[in-house]
Design a protein around this ligand. Structure first.
Ligand SMILES: [Zn+2]
Length: 274
């Protein structure tokens, strides 16, 4: 049940993320109704059902019958799967607590993580298409993320006024600053090859929202998957060495894996090093 609802919810968010990604790349306003990019006709509410509308209209615009790209339903399906996976995992962690404060905190944390997943998804979409992480998306997200975390941890502190309660918040802010600075240093050393200013802001966002040590896990996974894909691209002569492929999507992939299995990965790593 959670899986089906999570999938539907995720596909709606996927449709939303695609709209924001497209609009931020074409400098259009985030508000206003969606329209067909070919005939400019405003789409009706029944044209906007994720996946379903695409299937019913057989991938064409209802009005001018121009083919709609397969990327629309694909974007929706992928975020649907991610959200189904995330929600089914998170709700398992939530044991039968009747404490209203604990439930409130759980819901706040859940909404925060959904926000993080959607922001990362938008960034991955724009970075894959245009190798660009729009300031219009990532800067407000860092601001909103910071304020949201502040509110969550202040609430926790009011309930349990000990240092231990706010320690993760301090670690999150430190991780955000740390990763941002680390990427900025890499850019200076490599003279801007391989990484751009967008990655600095994305790194800061990931550090802030995943905290420590999960953001570090995300970073490791990003470098690992990025290296593997680069080697394959070079082997199959799709790219020359040093030719840039966007790093953002790997950071997003690493963050998703870390959000889903971060704790297990850290446990596994700690057991290895003992
Ligand atoms: Zn049309």
């Amino acid at each position: 049940m959670v899986i089906i609802l999570g999938f539907l919810f995720g596909s709606v968010l996927g449709s939303f993320a695609k709209a924001i990604a497209d609009r931020s790349l074409s400098q259009r306003s985030f508000g206003g109704r969606s329209y067909c990019s070919h005939c400019k006709k405003t789409l009706r509410w029944y044209d906007l059902f994720p996946i379903l509308s695409y299937l019913i209209l057989r991938g064409r615009c209802r009005y001018c019958h121009t083919l709609i790209g397969l990327d629309y339903p694909l974007t929706e399906v992928i975020l649907g799967f991610i959200m189904a996976l995330f929600l089914s995992q998170t709700t398992v962690q939530f044991t039968d607590s009747a404490d209203p404060f604990k439930i409130t905190l759980f819901i706040m944390g859940l909404i925060f993580n959904i926000f993080v997943i959607v922001v990362l998804y938008i960034v991955a979409l724009t970075d894959i298409r245009k190798m660009l992480i729009p300031d219009r998306v990532i800067l407000p997200s860092i601001g909103i993320g910071f304020i949201a975390l502040l509110v969550i941890y202040l609430t926790k502190y009011l309930l349990f006024p000990v240092w231990l309660t706010v320690e993760p918040f301090v670690r999150s802010v430190a991780a955000g600053l740390g990763i941002g600075l680390f990427f900025a240093t890499l850019i200076i050393i490599t003279k801007g090859r391989g990484m751009g200013g967008g990655d600095v802001k994305l790194g800061a966002f990931i550090g802030l929202s995943l905290g420590f040590p999960n953001s570090l896990v995300a970073l490791m996974l990003a470098f690992l998957t990025g290296a593997i894909v680069s080697i394959f691209l070079i082997l199959f002569k799709r790219k020359h060495f040093g030719q840039t492929i966007p790093f953002g999507p790997f950071l997003v992939l690493g963050s998703y894996i870390s959000l889903l299995w971060g704790r297990q990965i850290v446990d596994w790593y700690l057991r290895l090093s003992i």
